[in-house]
Design a binder for this molecule. Structure first.
Ligand SMILES: [Zn+2]
Length: 276
């Protein structure tokens, strides 16, 4: 009975870790295997509590020291996770889950855009959200439909202080998704259209993510527009997804590569999606 429960628990963890981090499930099996092989020499190491306590450390060590090296062989590189550079993850969870991998060209695109924004707006940070996993073209980065080949990246919008109007770092959503800059009266309203079509996933994040900072950190139209223009003018970027009401509001209708993703996807008025 105990063995059946253990196998069940490991199987569930394997699936969850694979969906969330790609390599976590494999690392778990490897670590269980290593502790099993070492059990004769070190009796204490193959205990359930010991494996459970040591695995997070093994996982983090592999994630930050080993995976970035191995990913290079498959043509992917990690976006910067630490330090005070102009390009940063909005949350370190992205890096802890191995969701910050891109091709070298896309890394350059993001770093270049971040530097230009920092120069233009006194050290403004550009925050990235989900990118891709480190290995295997076609491996889906759930819940994203297309982040599966190193060539896709989501970037946070810019926000400002509601009282002073001054630019702020960070975003009102802890993960960057789900606090929408929705259509104003008279603007194109795709969220409404998609809701009519019964596409419940379209605005789902807005119902999950806490909205308490939305009033305190309004959308910074000026800096977000500047970022869109930098990316829009970068020939390496082939496609960008942005909600049509923002494309119009920010005066970006001249950019054919800034497109609407369709109701089958999710809203793009909380972040911009770029791809090579
Ligand atoms: Zn995306």
């Amino acid at each position: 009975m105990r063995t059946v429960l253990s196998v069940l628990l490991v199987s569930v963890l394997f699936v969850l870790l694979t969906i969330l981090t790609q390599v976590g499930g494999i690392l778990l099996l490897l670590w269980i295997g290593i502790t099993y092989l070492l059990r004769k020499r070190y009796k204490w190491i193959y205990k359930t509590w010991m494996v459970a306590l040591s695995f997070p450390l093994v996982y983090l060590a592999a994630t930050f020291a080993l995976i970035p090296l191995l990913a290079q062989f498959g043509g992917r590189t990690a976006l910067p996770c630490f330090g005070n550079g102009s390009l940063q993850p909005l949350t370190l969870i992205t890096c802890a889950c191995n969701r910050q991998y891109v091709t070298p060209v896309l890394r350059e695109v993001a770093v270049d855009a971040a530097k230009q924004m920092a120069t233009k707006y006194h050290g403004s940070k550009l925050y990235y959200l989900d990118a891709n996993f480190p290995f295997i073209d076609g491996f889906p980065l759930i819940p994203h439909l297309s982040h599966n080949n190193g060539k896709k990246l989501d970037l946070a919008f810019y926000y400002k202080d509601a009282n002073s109007g001054k630019p702020l770092d960070g975003a009102p959503s802890v993960i960057g998704y789900g606090v929408f800059e929705g259509p104003k009266k008279g603007e194109i309203d795709k969220p409404k259209e998609c809701a009519w079509q019964g596409e419940t996933q379209y605005s789902l994040m807005g119902r999950i993510i806490p909205q308490d900072k939305a009033q305190l950190m309004p959308f910074d139209e000026e800096r977000t527009k500047a970022l869109m223009i930098i990316l829009g003018n970068d020939d390496r970027v082939k496609k960008m997804f942005l909600e049509p009401h923002l494309k119009t509001r920010l005066g970006l209708t001249g950019y054919a590569k800034i497109r609407y993703q369709g109701c089958h996807s999710v809203r793009h008025d909380d972040h911009v999606h770029i791809q090579l």
